[in-house]
Write a protein that binds this ligand. Sequence first.
Ligand code: PRP
Ligand code: MN
Ligand code: MG
Length: 175
Amino acid sequence: MYKITDVLISEEEISKKVYELAKTIEKEYKGEEVVFVGILKGACVFISDIIRKIDLDICLDFMAVSSYGMSTQSSGVVRILKDLDSDIEGKNVIIVEDIIDTGLTLSYLRENLMARNPKSLKICTLLDKPERRKCDIPVDYVGFKIPDKFIVGYGIDCGEKFRNVPYIGIVEKQD
Ligand code: PRP
Ligand code: MN
Ligand code: MG
């Protein structure tokens, strides 16, 4: 059984950072339309919060992919469980992720979305674990760089649990 043993990033710290990222994006895309693509399920909380702080003409879309499943190790195999509803050709697109770990999920998604000829494609992630990276991937907006600890909350799960925890917590296995 896994239990939260510590708080890594508090609700207040998250909300301050989400606001900062939102304002940076707002400035950079002033006068433009942007399609925000949330990667389910992990990004559901982050994308809901950030879009409400961005005063731009936006469209919201989602993709559901899974590389981990119920396992805690990335398999490297990315499965598309749900594709975009909309055509992104000629559109400004921002992929919104909760966390970049090995980078395998985003590197696959980036290639996949680039092939659809968007006007631009950027990546926004709340968390980044650079120590774990297995492939190079350009990340445009990063909330927090974090150490290689097993974390949950704010959309991030451990065996599908803890997504509703409002802060980023560290989990440890307890018997
Ligand atoms: C997690 C997380 C990222 C991805 C990061 O998703 O939400 O999408 O793994 O790992 P990577 O950089 O090593 O590819 P997961 O596959 O667990 O699906 P979920 O979002 O539904 O929990
Ligand atoms: Mn995910
Ligand atoms: Mg997961």
